[in-house]
Design a protein around this ligand. Sequence first.
Ligand SMILES: [Zn+2]
Ligand SMILES: [Zn+2]
Length: 278
Amino acid sequence: MSPVTEEPLDPLEPTAPEPALCLVPLGTNGFFPSGGRQTMSYLLEGGNVPLLIDLGSGISRLIEPDLAERLAPHDEIHVLLTHYHLDHLIGLSYLPAICREYRVVIHAPGPPLVDGDSTALDRLISPPLFPVPLANLVADLEVVSYAGDTLEVAGLHVRTRRQRHAGGSVGLVFEQQLAFLTDCEAESASVEFARGARVLVHEVWTTDAEVAAGAPRHGHSTLEEVATIARGSGIERLIPVHHRPGRREAELAVFHERLAELAEVEVVPAREGVPILI
Ligand SMILES: [Zn+2]
Ligand SMILES: [Zn+2]
């Protein structure tokens, strides 16, 4: 009788642990600051260095002590830009006040993802618009162009997609966990792009009723369209951003309730300076 041999157990597939991502909204308005809200910028933690998504006026919040503390242990910071409109870029000129001694790496989109390219940064940061050229903005600055459908930024895997917007803008999915879709006319392709992510950050600029009453869209999305994308993509939580400057907080609260109802997901308001665990 042959000895009973036990089948060796299949070794478990080694799975890389998901990085814990934390998103800190710094600026949540589109166009210009108003009512205590700054323009678009977000601090994303969870990679090997802090990552700023866009450089609107919101990055001015990084001199506030609670937020400055989050950068203090580092000497390098990365920036990922979605496009070159000023409400996402004006804060580039604030970097000397925030991280003058840092090494800063800016990931700047180019064609075909957007129509413009990183030369826009040199135009904004040069005399007479700014006293020094871009190269002298901080201690050590590197600008890296990106144009493919994936990239690695701050140790994070990112998928990209060109979105419908004046001049284009880049939709982003970080680590298959966080979809970040701002400055875009809602389109059905966003449903598949965001699928698999737990959290969707999406712009909500207007509503169907406002558009029907003649309000211009300017390459942006309505609340109802965003609800359809959120519901279709299977995400668990929706964070509406890129608010119109005239919106009051009470109006945004009503929008958030309406979104939760239509999208059948949890809606998390983006409060500037308040971290959200993804
Ligand atoms: Zn914008
Ligand atoms: Zn824009």
